[in-house]
Write a protein that binds this ligand. Structure first.
Ligand SMILES: [Zn+2]
Length: 276
């Protein structure tokens, strides 16, 4: 599937609102609404990230954390390098990347806040199994941040005059359930920056697609993304997935799309290596 087809696949919900407040997502060129300054959201995210670090139990497995950082550093470099070689503005130029590993086996998740603040929960490691699997998950989460999905969502909130506080109330019941089931102390805190709130399907598919590209540019085997989602499917068998995961597209459809994209991404986005 080439870029044009991908665009068609995603459609565009932005045209009717007016071009002036629209920008485009890097690589996919999907138009998106951006009313809120990115720097403002990044600053807010950085503050919440500091609170998360204090409230959650951080893992003392330095070997595992180093693996996360190594994958992250490769991704940081190859993303910036890709955009600079393509003579495009680097969407991560305002990022201040940071990585933590949270010790909570019940949470099979990871996230990347606007501005590149990343958390991996130890629970996701039994799903990702190995370095390539972990890179697939991190690629997906980083893609949400690179594509500025949180800015887009917050902007829609402004437009619809709902704001995030209303969103919190609307999802409050679900969030407290997640809190009870997983022992996460920071569910409410994270929802302030939209981390626990669902991204829409377009954004999810886009993060899947861009995630493959970023993992491939960073030199990882992106075929492992399929294994990750198959493992997730097995783990969820017979019981409902946690609420915050159920907002992701159905695993079956997601695997189908990934399979359709993988070969093309491997060919078009080969690893970018550091020269020195
Ligand atoms: Zn996602």
């Amino acid at each position: 599937m080439d870029r044009r087809n991908f665009l068609h696949f995603l459609g565009c919900g932005c045209l009717s609102i007016g071009i002036s407040s629209c920008s485009t997502v890097p690589i996919t060129d999907r138009r998106q609404l951006k009313l809120i300054p990115e720097a403002k959201l990044n600053a807010q995210a950085a503050q919440i990230y500091e609170k998360v670090k204090k409230k959650e139990k951080l893992s003392n497995d330095t070997k595992q954390l180093n693996e996360i950082k190594e994958i992250g550093k490769k991704m940081e470099f190859s993303i910036s390098e890709y955009f600079s070689r393509s003579n495009l503005k680097d969407p991560t130029s305002g990022f201040d990347w940071e990585y933590i590993l949270i010790d909570n086996k019940k949470v099979k998740n990871a996230w990347c806040m606007p501005g590149g603040k990343i958390a991996v929960y130890t629970g996701i490691l039994e799903v990702t199994k190995n370095t390539n699997g972990l890179a697939a998950v991190m690629g997906h989460e980083v893609a949400h941040a690179v594509a500025k999905h949180s800015v887009e969502r917050a902007s829609r909130g402004v437009l619809l005059r709902t704001g995030t506080s209303l969103l919190d109330i609307a999802t409050g019941g679900k969030l407290s359930k997640v809190n009870k089931a997983t022992g996460m102390n920071t569910v409410g805190l994270l929802s302030q920056i939209g981390i626990m709130n669902p991204f829409n399907r377009k954004q999810e598919s886009e993060a899947d697609y861009l995630g493959l590209i970023f993992s491939s540019l960073a030199g990882y085997d992106i075929r492992q993304a399929i294994n990750v989602w198959e493992n997730m499917q097995k783990l969820n068998k017979g019981k409902a997935p946690p609420e915050f995961l159920s907002t992701h597209p159905s695993t079956k459809n997601r695997i189908k799309s990934l399979k359709r994209w993988i070969d093309e991404v491997i060919l078009e986005y080969p690893p970018i290596k550091k020269i020195n």
